[in-house]
Design a binder for this molecule. Structure first.
Ligand code: NAD
Ligand code: TDX
Length: 332
């Protein structure tokens, strides 16, 4: 049995990973989370107290980080400022957490010689044309577009440098867009689901032709666990489940699954610098580590996710009005 430290474990994907570890392993888990607007203690409700401990703190706080690394066999690093629209509004927290925070963790991994896995995004590669047959691979050049994705790209490069220069035992993964339970209502899919629940029309940026490559958060978790157990040190693995869909199709599907007219949505101001298309080629992860996604049918995964938001209004209700006020002020 190992002790795993999960940074950002009270956020969307980190909390899904903690649930996954509890269900599928014997590890004990410490979550280090600053509980920003995006972190929620309730995302860890119901987990066994003898296996999961939440420590409230900042990944950029070297003292807390060093203490926690001293007691960990491995660290999985999810903590980040994660929302593109926020990064366009105020980039500074993205530098503090994504760059300085990751640097602080890497220095602790170096001192304490702890196995480290860094979670990143396909957005570091920039975007593809709609008709481009290519998908992102591990050798696609970095070309990030937003303050968010540029700070994630910077954090990835720090990890690679700490592996090469200091021998830190790290792996990296870059995943496509996640959906599933515990995702903050600022993000596309939960925003539209909770809009429909509240009687607000869904909001589509621009013409809605932008393509995202959707993967269920639990499939992301199983891939990360596989890399942690069997990935080669210093390597990067792309994680994706062949789920390309344009935003217009996703909004229309949400509306019809929720019993509304599929055209009952509004087009709103487009995102500045809006990436057109992301698409992941996950051949390396599948052939080298034998990973496969469990959710292969987006519609049934989405139906489950809609039900989760219907059943868990208490989890998201407090955030909804503030998020909609933020968007309204931006014409979105
Ligand atoms: P999220 O915003 O839902 O959660 C982030 C968590 O990190 C929150 O709990 C927050 O409180 C915590 N946090 C923020 N700053 C912190 C700090 N300084 N110290 C400690 N904790 C801090 O984000 P998410 O969508 O779950 O994303 C998690 C990770 O996965 C990020 O690194 C993101 O880049 C990556 N990722 C996300 C997606 C996606 O579709 N959401 C896809 C690929 C990769
Ligand atoms: O109301 C909306 N309407 C809309 O059309 C919102 C919030 C978004 N969109 C569009 C923008 C994107 O094309 O939907 C798409 C998805 O938007 P987000 O949920 O903001 O995700 P994205 O910008 O693609 O980034 C996500 O995936 C990669 C995560 O937020 C990142 O953390 C991750 O790295």
């Amino acid at each position: 049995m190992s002790r795993i430290l999960v940074t950002g474990g009270a956020g969307f994907i980190g909390s899904n990973f903690v649930h996954h570890l509890v269900e599928h392993t014997d590890h004990t888990i410490t979550v280090l989370d600053k509980l920003t607007y995006a972190g929620n203690r309730a995302s860890l409700d119901g987990l066994p107290a003898d296996r999961v401990t939440l420590v409230e703190g900042d990944i950029a706080d070297a003292e807390i980080v060093d203490d926690l690394f001293a007691d960990a066999d491995a660290v999985v690093h999810y903590a980040a400022e994660s929302h593109n629209d926020n990064s366009l509004n105020d980039p500074r927290p993205f530098l503090d957490t994504n760059i300085i925070g990751t640097y602080t963790l890497l220095e602790a991994a170096r001192r304490r010689k702890v196995r480290f896995h860094h979670i990143s995004t396909d957005e570091v590669y920039g975007d593809l044309e709609l008709d481009d047959p290519a998908r992102f691979t591990e050798s696609t050049p970095y070309n990030p577009s937003s303050p968010y994705s540029s700070t994630k790209a910077g954090s990835d490069l720090l990890v690679r440098a700490w592996v090469r220069s200091f021998g830190v035992e790290a792996t990296l993964s870059n995943c496509s867009n996640n959906y599933g339970p515990y995702q903050h209502v600022e993000k596309f899919i939960p925003r539209q689901i909770t809009n429909v629940i509240r009687g607000i029309r869904p909001k589509l940026y621009g013409a809605g032709q932008n393509v995202r490559d959707w993967i269920h958060a639990d499939d992301h978790s199983s891939a990360v666990l596989r890399i942690l157990e069997s990935g080669r040190i210093g390597e990067t693995y792309l994680i994706g489940a062949d789920g390309e869909k344009n935003n217009k199709d996703v909004v229309e599907l949400i509306l019809s699954l929720m019993g509304e007219a599929p055209d009952a949505y509004d087009h709103v101001t487009d995102r500045a610098g809006h990436d057109l298309r992301y698409a992941i080629d996950s051949t390396k992860l599948r052939t080298e580590l034998g990973w496969q996604p469990r959710y292969r049918d987006f519609e049934s995964g989405l139906r489950e996710t809609i039900q989760w938001y219907r059943d868990n209004e208490a989890w998201w209700a407090a955030d909804k009005d503030g998020v909609e006020a933020f968007y309204a002020a931006r014409g979105q």
